[in-house]
Design a protein around this ligand. Sequence first.
Ligand code: ADP
Ligand code: MG
Length: 388
Amino acid sequence: MTDIGAPRTGVAPGRETAVDDAVPAITFDRVGVSYGRGQKATRALIDFNLRVAVGETVALLGPSGSGKSTALNALAGFVRPTTGAVRLAGRDVTDLPPAKRGIGVVLQSYALFPHMRVADNVAFGLKSARVPRRELATRVGEALDMVGMSAYGKRLPRELSGGQQQRIAIARALAIRPRVLLLDEPLAALDAQLRQSMLTELQRLKEALPDTAMLYVTHDQSEALALADRIVVMNDARLMDVDTAENLWKRPPTSFTAAFLGGANLIPCTVGRVIGTAALVGVAHKTVSAEAPQPAVGRTDWAPGSKALLCIRPHAIRVVGLGDRDALRANVTAAVWRGAHTRLVLSVHGLPDQLIDVDVPGAVAFATGSEIGLRFPEPAGVLVQAPS
Ligand code: ADP
Ligand code: MG
C-alpha cells in the first residue's frame, strides 16, 4: 500500500526544510564567555542557559556591561564561547563561522557599506549565501518592501536619515530569510520620537514574520515590554530571571528585577500571617496586606517572622492629608515634575535609611521638608525575597 494520502507535516510552503516546532530555534547550553586570560580575564557571561522557540521573541534586558551583547555575539559567532554550546534548530553551531549560521544580525551602529547603494547593501548577504543572480532583485525588493523602503534602492547610505539607515540594516538582515534574527540595541542611536515609531515598525515586522525567532538586546525596559514574548533579565554576566513581561512585572522573582523593571520601591518588612497567596506584613509599625506569590523551586517559603521586601510601584501609593489616622507619615525630600506626573522622593517615618518614590498625577507643588500622609493600596504590594 502506498501512502499518497499521508499529510506532509511540518513543511511550510516556500520552506526548503521542515520546521520542527518542538526543537527550539535557539539554544544556549551552559554558555560561558571570558575575555582575556589569567588574572586579567573578564567573565562576561557565566553559565548562560536559554531556549527560544520557533517564532518567539525574547528580549535580553539589563544594565550596561551585564553581558547581553556577549550572549548575542556568541550566538552570531562573533565571539567563541569559553565553555558550553550554542545550537540553532537543534544543530550545534559553536564552531561554525558566522556567515554559515544563516542568522540575520542588526546592530546599533547600522554598519552599512558607505560606498554601496542601498540595494547593494541589502544584496550583500545574499551574494555570500550564493543566492542565484536572477533571484537577487526579487529578494532585495522583498526585503526593502518589508521595511517600507522600496523607493530608496538607488540611494547611498549618507543620503538617508538615521532611522532610514537602520531600516536598511534590518532589510539587509531579512534578505537571507533568516529563521533567527538578532538585534543588538537597534534603536539606541535614534532620537526619542523616532525610537517610538521604529518600535511600532518592529512590532509590525514581528507579526509579519511568525516563524522567525528573535533575540532582542536592550537596556530599555519599554522596548522589552513592547516587543518581547519573554524577557531575560541580565545582571553581572548572569541570567537573573526569565519569564513573560507580565509575570516579571506583577510578581518579580528577585529584588533586582523588581527594581530594574519599573523602578519599584522595595521596602523591608516582616512576614506575619500567610494564608495561601495572601500575607499580612509589618512595615513601619503598621500591618498591611501583601500578595505572597508561590515561591519558585529552590527558594524558601514566606515563613512567619522572616524578613522580606514589599515591592510597591511609585504610581500605586497615594498621598493623603495628615488628618488620615491610618496613613503613614512622610517628609518630602524632593519633588520633580515629569510631565504626566510629579515624582516625590520621601523619607517615611519608621523606615530609617530608606527613601520611597511616589508618583502623583499631574503637576503638584510640594515644599521640600513638608510633611504628608501616605496610603498603600490594598493589597499594598507583592512580596519579594530579600537578597541573602
Ligand atoms: P552589555 O551588552 O550588557 O552592555 P557586554 O556583553 O558588551 O555587555 O559586556 C560584558 C562585559 O564584558 C563588560 O564588562 C565588558 O566590559 C566586557 N567586554 C565586552 N567585550 C569585550 C572585549 N572584546 N574584550 C574585553 N572585555 C569585553
Ligand atoms: Mg551591549
